[in-house]
Design a protein around this ligand. Structure first.
Ligand SMILES: [Zn+2]
Length: 52
């Protein structure tokens, strides 16, 4: 039986395993609230903002 911890991404609202979230020591569970896919989107947008 797998004991994979799952959580719901705060951005896309899809339940994923913790391995789909970047680690973040500042968060209570040690992982970001949004998944890697959504984080990549946020990073992309932030980069565009900074470049503009
Ligand atoms: Zn997501």
């Amino acid at each position: 039986m797998k004991s994979t911890v799952r959580k719901i991404c705060q951005s896309c609202k899809i339940e994923k395993s913790l391995s789909d979230f970047h680690r973040n020591k500042t968060k209570p569970d040690g992982h970001n609230g949004i998944c890697k896919v959504c984080q990549a989107e946020v990073d992309k947008i932030n980069r565009q903002k900074q470049g503009a």
